[in-house]
Design a protein around this ligand. Structure first.
Ligand code: HAS
Length: 541
């Protein structure tokens, strides 16, 4: 990657890893509070640190890391950014950073303890919403860079399929832009006017629905960069080939189509939405599982093909041929493994009836610590181990490689304790998002306490893993020996030419919009028409 593009990407990574430090500390404090053995000092509120944790890790770390990664892969495979593109990228970076600082100040002042899912009826200071709006607008500018580069590449290479990982970054960008329209709508039309005192009330159900229209594709916006690494980068690291370029493109297109019209699966227990429409979105949710199953199949095939090409025998002999001593492989691989139970948990959540058992319990928190905070984050760490030295002109030494493996394993142990205990306590009915309470000596609540202590043990181990990660990051950015770290980009197994229909964006964006209109039009009409008495104006308020 060109040095100038590398600097732009690194700027994003600095903010992402600062976010890891701040958000990780908040997470540790939360698990300690919930264990009942610790009280927050200086009048700091539980929901204040819970908001710091969710916003800084769920929104800031992810968005900055993903933008830095996508800029790097596009610059590597579609060509160095032009000066204009790079300028737009820098403006995007500064707009996002300004927004982050603004939102962070409001949270620290306890003016925005509204959690990372900041829908009504919780209300924050207007500057918090303005800050988050800036983060989104900045991310659109970064997204514009990806779109411009893609268009330029297609013009220069008529009739040819774009480089696979550039194609994937484009899909993720398009999905992000369509999804963020929902959150922008609730912020600009509802939350900002309400927090500025321009309107007295807001339609809470509309606010929640607009949030979840965004909130579910948000989780795939986190996942797809991990899939980019699993499909394209891991095959090269192990010395193998991508199982199928076309299959990878198809799975990304399916994510574009089915990630968005499924947000109501977060609202299955909410009044005001007709169960028939809930059920339709449940079916659409099961369709978005398919590209993940395709990914699992493709990864197994990649690993097995590679192992057999090295002479592996028997059903699982290929496992022995994988490079277990390479942190760039093993850390994301643990992420893949964790995604098997994590995905199974997601399928449980999405099952209409079973959702009643787990909704609003700490099971859901366990689910997203296994998906986002294990599968995705371990993959991001695995990427950082080679991308940071590549961008700073340094190398990952053997010693750092070893420490990186220790870091990944420590993270896994911590997360196994924490997420495992969360799943178990959730099945016993422990609520999510609540501070420590014995609920007036309830026998049921007493059963949760050992699991809450296990969560604190896990949280403490995770904090050690964060310190290790930050140490490795600083080493790779500033102190590792100078050198040329490989940027691994895999090649497909066969010379197949992916069908050009994959690049027909009018078709795919058209179907995406139709699916969204199908899944959301009637629910929104219902929510606006049936707004509770006392609502004024357009019944958005
Ligand atoms: Fe989820 C709630 C359903 C995936 C994140 N989810 C959440 C929340 C978050 C989140 C943050 O339907 C909480 C939001 C809040 O604050 O309230 N989720 C699903 C489903 C999937 C799913 C069906 N979620 C994710 C991913 C996330 C994420 C990915 C982040 C990155 N989720 C739900 C539902 C709720 C929910 C409900 C609402 C619950 C409620 O009531 O509030 C699916 O996409 C999962 C499909 C995945 C698979 C696994 C495929 C396996 C692969 C690995 C292969 C491994 C290999 C290595 C090859 C089917 C690809 C093995 C090698 C060997 C040698 C063994």
């Amino acid at each position: 990657v060109d040095r100038r593009d590398g600097k732009l990407a690194m700027a994003h990574f600095y903010v992402a890893f600062i976010a890891l430090a701040v958000g990780g500390l908040a997470g540790l404090l939360q698990t300690l509070v919930r264990s009942g053995k610790f009280e927050l000092p200086a009048g700091i509120g539980y929901y204040q640190i819970l908001t710091v944790h969710g916003v800084v890790l769920g929104l800031v770390l992810t968005t900055f890391f993903i933008m830095g990664f996508q800029i790097s892969v596009v610059s590597k495979t579609a060509g160095t950014l032009t000066n204009r593109q790079r300028l737009i990228g820098w403006i995007g970076f500064w707009v996002m950073t300004t927004g982050t600082v603004l939102a962070a100040i409001m949270i620290l002042l306890n003016e925005a303890s509204v959690l990372y899912t900041f829908y009504a009826p919780l209300q924050a200071h207007a500057l918090y919403y303005i800050g988050l709006t800036l983060v989104i607008v900045g991310s659109w500018l970064d997204g514009t860079v990806i779109i411009m580069k893609y268009i330029e590449w297609r013009k220069q290479n008529p009739g040819q399929a774009s480089p696979l990982i550039t194609f994937m970054a484009l899909v993720n960008t398009l999905m992000w832009i369509v999804a963020t329209i929902g959150v922008a709508a609730t912020v600009l039309l509802q939350l900002l006017p309400w927090s500025l005192g321009l309107v007295d009330t807001v339609n809470v159900a509309v606010s929640r629905t607009l949030f979840w229209y965004f909130g579910h594709p948000l989780v795939y916006f986190w996942l797809l960069p991990a899939y980019m690494a699993w499909y394209v980068i891991i095959p090269k690291i192990i010395g193998g080939k991508i199982f199928s370029d076309s299959l990878a493109r198809l799975s990304f297109i399916l994510f574009l189509l089915f990630s968005i019209p499924v947000g109501i699966h977060h609202q299955l227990l909410e009044p005001g939405i007709d169960p028939a429409w809930k059920f339709i979105q449940v079916i659409l949710t099961f369709l978005v599982v398919i590209p993940s199953l395709m990914t699992a199949f493709s990864l197994f095939a990649t690993f097995e093909n590679y192992g057999r090409s090295k002479g592996a025998k028997g059903l699982f002999g290929w496992l022995k041929k994988l490079p277990w001593g390479d942190a760039r492989f093993i850390v994301p691989f643990i992420g893949m493994l964790s995604f098997i139970p994590a995905g199974a948990g997601g399928i449980i959540n999405a099952s209409f009836q079973m959702n009643q058992v787990v909704h609003n319990t700490i099971w859901v928190t366990g689910h997203f610590h296994l998906t986002a905070a294990t599968a995705v984050v371990l993959t991001f760490f695995g990427i950082a181990y080679w991308l940071i030295p590549h961008l700073t002109g340094r190398v990952l030494t053997k010693k750092m490689n070893k420490l990186a493996i220790i870091q990944g394993v420590t993270w896994t142990i911590g997360m196994t304790f924490m997420s495992g205990a969360m799943h178990a306590a959730g099945l016993l009915g422990a609520p999510r998002r609540s501070s420590y309470s014995e609920y007036g000596g309830s026998a049921q609540a007493a059963e949760w306490i050992p699991y809450q202590i296990a969560q604190a043990v896990g949280g403490s181990i995770l904090f050690i893993a964060i310190i290790l990660m930050l140490y490795i990051f600083v080493n790779l950015a500033f102190f590792a020996p100078k050198g040329d770290q490989e940027f691994p980009i895999g090649e497909p197994l066969s010379n197949e030419k992916p069908p050009m229909v994959f690049e027909n964006w009018k078709l795919w964006i058209g179907i995406t919009i139709l699916l969204i209109l199908f899944a959301y039009t009637v629910p929104f009409i219902d929510l606006i028409q049936n707004a509770p008495p006392g609502s004024k104006g357009y019944k958005l308020w």
